[in-house]
Design a protein around this ligand. Structure first.
Ligand code: SME
Length: 167
């Protein structure tokens, strides 16, 4: 069992600690759901954001996967909400004020800002998205986008891009 520890106040250092701990945590485990669940928990412990979770692409929808935080919407159609837009555009979206973002889906009225990153499979398709919500406006910046991008790549490489698929 791993006991995670995040001692630094510095965001970059905190991400670096997190990434090496996530890498160690998930390389020992081949189950996708188990790894998404522990990744959401590790992010919650490291940063304490309101909601952290994964939505998995199933047909024409995103379906709720492992998460930490309040109860959330279970299904999001293609190109709907920030999550559906990240899927459709195959890109990371940083939303500093969710109330000013067209199409945003409010699962919790406490959410003020959001970042969503796609996890890409071997054929270049989006297989899942990581969605993080904060109670603060403009919580996420380029540092968050940079390190969270590395994090989703670690997961995508292991589960969505390897020859021996471990879903
Ligand atoms: N706000 C997201 C929906 C998911 S919840 O925030 C957990 C969106 O607009 O896609």
């Amino acid at each position: 069992m791993h006991e995670l520890s995040f001692q630094s106040e510095d965001k970059t250092q905190r991400y670096q600690d997190l990434l090496s701990q996530i890498r160690a945590l998930i390389e020992e485990e081949s189950d996708l759901i188990a790894n998404l669940a522990n990744t959401a928990a590790a992010l919650k412990e490291a940063f304490g954001w309101l909601w952290i979770g994964f939505y998995l692409v199933k047909g024409e929808e995103l379906v709720l996967g492992p998460f930490q935080g309040p109860i959330a919407c279970t299904r999001i159609p293609y190109n709907r909400g920030v999550c559906g837009q990240s899927w459709a555009g195959k890109q990371t979206l940083v939303v500093p004020d969710v109330n000013a973002h067209p199409g945003h889906i409010a699962c919790s009225s406490r959410s003020q800002s959001e970042i969503v990153l796609p996890l890409i499979d071997a054929s270049g398709k989006v297989a899942a998205v990581l969605d993080i919500d904060s109670e603060n406006l403009a919580e996420f910046d380029q540092t968050d986008a940079h390190y969270l991008q590395k994090l989703v790549e670690i997961i995508a490489r292991q589960h969505f891009q390897s020859r021996t698929k471990t879903l």
